[in-house]
Design a protein around this ligand. Sequence first.
Ligand code: SAM
Ligand code: SF4
Length: 344
Amino acid sequence: MAPPQPLDSLGRPLGVLRLSLTARCNLACPYCLPDGQEPPGLLQLEQRLAVVQAAVALGAHSLRLTGGEPLLHPQLENLITAVEPLRERGLREIALTSNGTLLSARRAQVLRAAGLDRITLSLDGADGASVARMAGLADARAGERALTAVLEAIEHARAAGFNPATGQLKLNAVIQRGRNDDQVVPLAELCRKRGLELRLIEYMDVGNRNGWSPAEVVSASEMAERIRFRWPLEPLERDLHSTARRWRYRDGAGRIAVVASVSQPFCGDCNRLRVTADGVAYTCLFAAPSSGLDLKPWLQPSIAPMGLEQALSQLWRSRRDRYSEERQTNASSRDHAEMAYLGG
Ligand code: SAM
Ligand code: SF4
């Protein structure tokens, strides 16, 4: 009989593994500011597969591939093919988060054929100037090119079989006051026209480089209010373990979601484990860099599957993170690992 799946010290099960494939990115969004270089000691495909296997054995049913920009990783498709057999051991979903600017028609088809179930693309504006400002691009023309690439990526993904109506294709947008908060309604319109669920994300204090200030956060309620003013909304129940609050457009034009990590934290049922591109495991998006567990002792020189599983199990059992909830009462200036390194 399989051993019982671990609960952390607050009774939360492991459900999602967010695996970062690279800390690098082809964009430089000022709210994220990735490293220009990879950390030393990047994991190889076999080592990543071992990490996914161990997480699935401990209860992870969902794998989200992220970064940095995961489409920069040449072995992305091979990794998806390699983890496919884990569906027989409890893996139910393989998803990707990408900025979409590198998603060609061919790549979307190959990813689908390899076994990818869902894609979330990120886009923070509906015009060239806003996209440029949020993606760290030189000018509005560069922003326009990135916007066109993402709009094309949406159609490539749809044509490859990622169906937005069943949640297989969604759009993320970070909203930062004073930089792109005028884009809430234009982005909602862009998504309504394309039948996509828009997930508006509150600007978060991840990392130490973005100069985060609470004054720049547009709360979920404010975003929902701006949309409701234009199109009537009906609230939906929040799914257990979901990061988002959802609404349905009353006119039948689909759904909209808001990730309210700052104003309405959801630590209470957080089920996510993060593993970086160089094999360090973190149990919270807001973790201090020193709090990660380096998994390499169980991954090299040879892979030790049982030791790896035990190490991850112990890490999970001792987990007590509830940073976003604590932020509500305690203006902590804790040192944070960077978002593109952790895998957002
Ligand atoms: N490069 C890919 C992308 O942009 O989708 C994947 C990695 S990125 C770190 C994952 C998600 O984190 C993106 O949707 C991005 O907008 C979001 N993100 C990054 N920094 C953030 C911050 N400070 N606050 C809120 N969301 C953030
Ligand atoms: Fe790159 Fe994504 Fe970070 Fe933007 S949010 S810099 S696209 S990793």
